[in-house]
Design a protein around this ligand. Structure first.
Ligand code: ATP
Ligand code: MG
Length: 657
């Protein structure tokens, strides 16, 4: 914990300090990825609390994902500002709803659906609509979209058509499943995540006494990732604020990637119009990524169009140089996955922790081939966003066991009597089901199960570190709270996630895979606006990387298939061997990372990044280097090798490449 409030400002640049010290009135930070927006607001809260200007309990910080909220709470604790509420819109609303439900409606708040997909499956079965696994997920997504846009089942087909959405099934069928899903929930006394926001807005709108109580509690509001606020979330924020304006929002219009759910950057871009006295701060120093990564990000931004792009700010990297982004072209998807897994393995072997590596894709269905390839390569991994941690069977079972042990007071069980601290008690309980602190040999399902239980143990350790007097009962309560907020602990291993789920996060190494036309932009992105959102997704993906960035695509789906796919248009003019987009556009002539990257442009072929030799072998082309040139992991090696080859060429009287 820093010694004084001012110490909280150390480690902030002048503009970030301005954000951190502007503690009253509206504040808006517009800045690109990695410029320290999240850091600035976290330090702002800590500064306010430590200086005595903000009451911790009167601050509500809203972030986009539960993981981000958890990270912010942890950071705030470290900075001496524990006790501040950092939550997602959903989890903040849920808490308020739980509190006010008995008064507003009477009785207990209905239980939260914890297996939504299963209820959708039941609804589909009732409607006699057969859905495979992917369709089930997509239909569930459609129901979620309908709810956040406040579309009732009867209106769904028309609304979906109007929004230009690619619907996974006949819209009338989806509407039927949606209606039946709502009915099933009612019958069982359940509510889902979307209901939570709808109901909270309803209660705050109708009940002024309750709205007043909430407003007395919270005086200061901070919102991260404000470019992706949905109309419903904005409404909730306004209801929380009432007629006050102690609101600090930060965002990057170039990272708007949730328009498809009804979110819009307009609230961010119009902030000054709505709050003429707002302090508006821009940040341009990128603290996250190397100049090589930032160069590509800027190249992507320079090709962006539309309203979000008008406010773009060129990023300036503050980090030392790193390796160039690596481009990989593969014959088919399994080859791409295998090649990616091999490079992941190389990184891990070179000392990059698995938890510092992410593989990001456009749609969750792409994950399977990567799960397989990583398992084959013996690399542990975790899925983010696709499978809910607290729904995993082993985690549910562990929860039941821990609850039983806590109820027994942790003492009746002879085994537990010896375990003095909570993490040891957790380990003892898990050991009754064969869990050991050492990971099992091998990979696959067994390893996955071990990883999730190891994550539970780590969660217990972190929990006790923050609350040294906590009991096993407290931990069980924390697990319940996290389960209802879907706040999963980090599982060690390479992260597999969709680009959407990666927002706000960062890793040392990022692999952006499946970058083909049809996948990015995805086939159903038809309007210019939809295509621009796909470009922003790639920008979000690129800017997740601190040092290593790999971008790859496969020319056909299955081995032996016709090579019918093309790499995404968004990399035109930026990747080696590609022509610039639309001649005459600002990006043409390429400020992209190609020429400076060392790989020579030559139509239809590629050159080794190390020695410059023309590559003909498909395996070499995908790695962008000769098989006998070493991997690019050693940053100084390139230079040394180039010098060596140049010297050789000179001695042989040949031109250096
Ligand atoms: P995104 O738009 O992707 O959410 P962001 O603007 O929120 O990015 P942060 O996540 O806050 O950026 O910061 C990016 C990285 O840079 C973090 O690792 C953060 O700790 C670091 N960082 C931010 N500001 C500074 C600074 N002034 N000095 C050193 N490191 C910094
Ligand atoms: Mg951020």
């Amino acid at each position: 914990v820093p010694a004084s409030a001012d110490a909280v400002l150390d480690g902030l640049d002048p503009e970030q300090r301005e954000v951190a010290t502007a503690l009253s009135g509206p504040v808006c930070v517009l800045a690109g990825a990695g410029t320290g927006k999240t850091r600035a607001i976290t330090h702002r809260i800590a500064y306010g609390v430590r200086s005595g200007m903000l009451q911790p309990s009167s601050v509500l910080a809203v972030t986009f994902t539960n993981r981000a909220a958890g990270e912010m709470r942890g950071r705030l604790r470290q900075l001496g500002a524990g006790g501040v509420q950092a939550r997602t819109f959903h989890s903040a609303a849920l808490r308020q709803l739980q509190y006010f439900w008995p008064k507003a409606v009477g009785g207990e708040l209905p239980r939260l659906v914890d297996r939504k997909v299963q209820i959708v499956a039941e609804a589909a079965a009732r409607c006699r609509v057969r859905l495979d696994r992917n369709e089930l997920r997509d239909v569930t997504g459609e129901i979620e979209w309908a709810k956040v846009t406040q579309t009732v089942p009867e209106d769904y087909p028309a609304a979906a058509a109007k929004s230009g959405r690619e619907v996974p099934r006949d819209p009338a069928e989806i509407a039927g499943v949606y209606g039946t899903y709502e009915q099933l929930k009612r019958e069982r006394g359940l509510i889902d995540f979307e209901d939570v926001l709808l109901l909270t807005v309803g209660v705050l709108q109708d009940r002024h006494d309750i709205a007043d109580t909430v407003r007395r509690q919270y005086q200061h509001f901070v919102v991260d990732e404000y470019q992706d606020v949905s109309p419903l979330q904005q409404r909730l924020l306004e209801l929380w604020l009432g007629d006050r304006d102690n609101l600090c929002v930060v965002g990057d219009a170039s990272q708007t990637i949730y328009s498809f759910t009804g979110a819009t950057p307009d609230h961010l871009l119009n902030f000054r119009t709505r709050h003429p006295h707002a302090t508006v701060v821009k940040l341009v120093r990128d603290y996250r990524s190397t100049p090589e990564v930032v160069h590509l990000a800027n190249g992507l931004l320079s090709q962006a169009r539309g309203r979000a792009a008008e406010s773009r700010l060129e990023l300036v990297s503050q980090r030392g140089h790193g390796p160039q982004p690596v481009y990989g072209e593969y014959a088919d998807e399994p080859a791409e996955a295998e090649g990616t897994a091999r490079r992941v393995r190389e990184l891990i072997d070179s000392g990059v922790p698995a938890s510092e590596i992410a593989i990001l894709y456009r749609i969750n269905a792409q994950s399977e081939v990567y799960e397989q390839a990583l398992a084959d390569a013996g690399v542990p991994y975790q899925l983010r966003g696709a499978e809910r941690f607290f729904e995993r069977p082993e985690v549910r079972e562990a929860g039941l066991l821990l609850r039983g042990a806590a109820r027994a007071g942790g003492h009746s069980d002879p085994q537990l009597a010896d375990a003095e601290d909570v993490p040891s008690q957790v380990r003892a309980v898990l050991s009754t089901r064969g869990w050991t602190p050492e990971p099992p040999a091998g990979s696959g399902a067994v390893r996955d199960r071990w990883e999730s239980l190891a994550a539970l143990v780590r969660l217990a350790e972190d929990f006790v570190r923050a609350r040294p007097d906590a009991t096993l009962g407290d931990l069980v309560a924390e697990l319940d709270e996290r389960a209802s907020a879907q706040h999963a602990p980090t599982v060690e291993g390479v992260t597999l996630a969709s680009l959407h789920a990666a927002k706000g996060l960062e890793w040392d190494a990022v692999f952006l895979v499946g970058l083909t036309e049809g996948m990015l932009p995805i086939t159903y992105a038809k309007t210019d606006e939809q295509v621009e959102e796909e470009r922003r997704l790639l920008y979000v993906g690129v800017t997740r990387a601190r040092v290593h960035l790999s971008l790859s695509w496969a020319l056909s789906r299955a081995p032996g298939g016709r090579p019918s796919r093309r790499p995404t248009r968004f990399l035109n003019g930026l990747r080696p061997g590609s022509a610039a987009p639309r001649p005459g556009s600002p990006a043409a002539g390429g400020r992209g990372g190609v020429e400076r990257g060392g790989a020579r442009k030559r139509r239809g072929s590629a050159r080794c990044r190390v020695c410059g030799r023309t590559l003909t072998d498909a395996g070499e082309i995908k790695l962008m280097r000769c098989e006998d040139c070493p991997s690019e992991l050693d940053e100084g090696l390139y230079e040394r090798l180039r010098d060596w080859r140049a010297e050789q060429a000179r001695q042989l009287g040949q031109p250096a490449f």
